[in-house]
Design a protein around this ligand. Structure first.
Ligand code: ADP
Ligand code: GLC
Length: 481
């Protein structure tokens, strides 16, 4: 039995701010249980829902040195869907209404978490063969493992994987503070280790000291070796390209299944969507106060409202988009200027635009199930899960050809009748508009072609089956060395 430990800052169903949580919560249960014992360790944030906290059991607690401080570490555990979850408790660090806040607090919080996760292992009696780290919040795990922990018998030989879900976030703060927080020796803060452009960089540390690096699509794994996508670490990515691979994300096919989804008005499947899916559109139009019209082309957006997702293109084109014969339904939170932009257009085009500026699992499912198309014109996209959810619900993605969007959405070819969505290459608002118009034309004027595209979209398999195998192969490869 190979033992794997996921260390991450979020995971469904406990705590989620984005796709990272979906991956951390859904991948571990997809490994072959005969061969891999994959467990997960997360922070026990105060903002985790009480219903989950009630189910956690106290395992142990101890005090740990973090630089010159001595800190309380509580460890709780819980089994969920056959997977063992551990939670690190410390009410000083994990208080607050959200997992992340000010970066200067977060760098200390996640130094604590990374060190606590490692320190807890002998106490709970789980010695992983591989520690699989996710994003900058856990970037110090490979560093600490290389440092003091690696000296001890218990930890010697443990391999580390660093998965990059988003290279933009690196956990950067000034070197003096980070040295003080982490207790790491001065020698770690050089350009070949944690230092980058004069500051200390957690993710860089993780990338330097991990035995292998993955990212969440093949295209993104290539893109981050270039200056445009490399977020100033492209040189490092090129240097480490021999140990870098891209494994595309899957989604939880039980959670996202139009045939069993409890959140939606009318369940449907690949055989009866032509008749049944429309009932969801009707219900959503009613619920959101949109014009009641079965045949209206409805576009959905479910997203963090940030530049990454292409909202400056949408903002630029919004007035023109609203001149078209369509409806737009948005669900998201994020940058205030985008929140207000959508609120304004919902006011200006009542019955046509619906702005839902909040977070809701239920509403997201309704949108995936009700809309005809899903718009995601990202500037960059390591993988993207929303387009996979859309495909699963027969909602046709309109995307920019970048990262995981390029790898998962096959552009429509009207001559060969192939493809599962619409895409454009350049980050350009008019290209996006042209692509939306093209999709609209197929929807209104070639309905049979559109429906055949829905057939193809729903027939695609983006469950974890294939990608979980690829992670297993990577684990085997690292342990065979
Ligand atoms: P990212 O992780 O970059 O935000 P992904 O596409 O990988 O993008 O994952 C986003 C996840 O967050 C999806 O599960 C999506 O449905 C969900 N999501 C984003 N915004 C909201 C929201 N306002 N309400 C509910 N779910 C949301
Ligand atoms: C990040 C990326 C997104 C990816 C998700 C899960 O949040 O922005 O593209 O799907 O992580 O890997």
């Amino acid at each position: 039995m190979k033992k794997i430990l996921f260390v991450a800052s979020e995971g469904v169903p406990f705590i989620k701010t984005g796709g990272l949580a979906d991956v951390v919560g859904s991948l571990p249960k997809c490994f072959d249980k005969e061969k891999y014992d994959c467990r997960v360790i997360l922070p026990k944030y105060m903002c985790i829902r009480q219903e989950w906290k009630d189910k956690m059991q106290d395992l142990t607690h101890f005090y740990m040195d973090l630089s010159w401080r001595s800190q309380y570490v509580g460890v709780l555990e819980m089994e969920y869907q056959g997977v063992h979850f551990y939670f690190i408790d410390n009410e000083y660090y994990f208080a607050g209404p959200k997992p992340y806040g000010n970066i200067y607090q977060d760098v200390e919080k996640f130094a604590f978490f990374s060190r606590a996760a490692l320190s807890a292992l002998p106490v709970i009696g789980f010695r992983p063969d591989i520690i699989h780290c996710h994003d900058w919040q856990t970037g110090l795990v490979p560093v600490y493992l290389h440092d003091s922990f690696g000296q001890g018998d218990f930890y010697r030989g443990i391999k580390c994987i660093m998965t990059i879900h988003n290279l933009k976030f690196q956990g950067v703060w000034d070197m003096k503070t980070i040295q003080d927080i982490t207790g790491l020796d001065k020698s770690y803060f050089t350009p070949d280790k944690l230092e980058a452009y004069g500051d200390a960089n957690y993710l860089k540390g993780g990338i330097v000291y991990a035995d292998w690096i993955t990212t969440v699509s093949r295209t993104y794994a290539e893109e981050i070796k270039t200056p445009f996508y490399g977020e100033r670490l492209d040189g490092l990515m090129r240097a480490r390209s021999g140990c870098l691979s891209g494994i595309v994300n899957g989604i939880d096919y039980d959670e996202y299944d139009p045939e069993t989804d409890q959140f939606i008005e009318q369940k449907y499947n690949a055989r009866n969507f032509r008749k049944e899916k429309i009932k969801n559109k009707r219900a959503l139009q009613r619920e959101l106060g949109l014009e009641q019209d079965d045949r209206k082309f409805m576009i959905g957006i479910v997203s963090r409202l940030t530049d990454q997702k292409g909202f400056d293109l949408i903002a630029y084109m919004m007035d023109e988009l609203c001149q078209l014969d369509l409806q737009i339904v948005v669900l998201g939170t994020g940058e205030e200027r985008y929140e207000n932009m959508f609120r304004q257009f919902a006011w200006k085009y009542q019955g046509k635009v619906s702005a839902n500026i909040y977070y809701s699992e239920a509403m997201s499912h309704k949108i995936y199930a009700s809309c005809d198309a899903f718009l995601m014109p990202s500037l960059f996209e390591p993988c993207g899960l929303s387009q996979l959810m859309s495909l699963r619900y027969g909602t046709i993605p309109i995307v920019r050809e970048t990262g995981g969007l390029k790898d998962t959405v096959e552009p429509y070819n009207e001559y060969e009748s192939t493809g599962t969505g619409f895409s454009f290459a350049n980050y350009n608002a008019h290209e996006m508009l042209g692509t939306v118009k093209y999709a609209m034309d197929v929807f209104y004027s070639h309905k049979r072609e559109w429906n055949k595209m829905v057939d193809r979209a729903m027939a695609k398999d983006f469950s974890w089956k294939t990608s979980a195998k690829q992670y297993e192969e990577l684990y085997d490869h690292l342990l065979a060395e």
